[in-house]
Design a protein around this ligand. Sequence first.
Ligand code: NAD
Length: 413
Amino acid sequence: MHTISSKENPWTRALAQLEHAGSLAHITPTLLERLKKPDAIIDAAFSITLDSGEDKTFRGYRVQHNNILGPYKGGLRYHPQVDLDEARALAFWMTMKTALLNVPFGGGKGGIEVDPKKLSEAELERLTRTFTRELAPSLGPERDVPAPDVNTNGKIMRWIVDEFSTYFGAHTPAVVTGKPIEHGGSEGRIEATGLGGSYALFSFLKKWGKEAKGMTIAIQGYGNVGSYLARYCSEAGMIVVALSDSKGGVYDERGLDLEAIAEYKKENGTFAGFPGKALAPEDILALPVDVLAPAALENAITEKNARDIKASIVLELANGPTTREADSILQAANIQVIPDILANAGGVVVSYFEWLQNKTSEKWTKERVFEELKEKMETASERVYEVAESGDMSLRDAAYVVALQTIATQHGE
Ligand code: NAD
């Protein structure tokens, strides 16, 4: 699937992380075994009629990893190469993330093996509705709550709500999150992951006695997450010196003009030609900055490039951006890694707020969403910091320990 380097199987990495953290958190063998296997995998073949009149069969899947803390929660992606091991890993990371942030959800992930760019809008809608009917008995606000992911969006979530509501016999917006605001979505969802990442970073800087103001940051990936992270870091006085996307990037040690760059990228679709030093996609990792934020895809930091990193802090906004070998290299070099399951959890936190608003028919203001997001991110960051300090472990190990202990308590251990 979408990997920068597909060398490490994400599920192998997830299992190794689980074994290691499981022993640090002293969870029982029973719970460990349960978490090593997803609760269920729905792997379905289904057909739709294309605009040409021809029938075509597709494969769709949903990994329901664990629901000890609440309904399965996680994205649905539409992509030509469905990789079940990657989905298993992503579902497991959702279980860890929701537990760490103390939201009452478990972990899930799914998708359809399809290149959505090759379908018309009507075909995409039929595909989504047919897949929803396949999944419907396993979905529901108290059972499994999907969300957008790669190549899926608010419009697709609306079709799912509509189809599920027909199946269920009542309008059920809380069956998915990430809906458009006018159709039951939450204020602040679009900013949530980047903003939440900045809250986590600022919490740790405070603990380490550092000032955000004046620190430099380079961000790999200028999508939803990277662009909002850039905005909120800059608003706090940090200097965003480099940004990149899949084609390359731009670097200016005096700081980039974020408004100008957003406009330029929108008009030209690329950073190429923007004033500053042009960067090849891989160059961004080695820049002399205080903070490096991988906000693109999995496996960006590997044993091949980890030694080139000069930042003293890595803020993992992407899911699984650091391979295990690279993680050991960063740790040996005393580089602090704020782990993905904490740094990028803002999205699922605001998804939880959306689900709550739907269930109570409330509408929160953006200010309230941001305030409650800040509180959740700060509480989890503080807990991770304390466990890391008292147990003399990395922030990643501490984050897993906090998550596993939360699940163990709920499991009655
Ligand atoms: P997006 O599709 O909006 O943006 C991805 C960006 O990464 C694009 O700018 C793309 O050009 C860039 N990219 C791809 N390959 C690259 C490469 N080799 N070098 C540099 N840039 C590259 O996606 P997004 O929603 O911003 O998500 C980014 C990451 O954050 C993903 O790993 C995703 O799983 C994770 N994440 C997203 C959310 C969310 O709420 N959107 C929540 C949690 C985690």
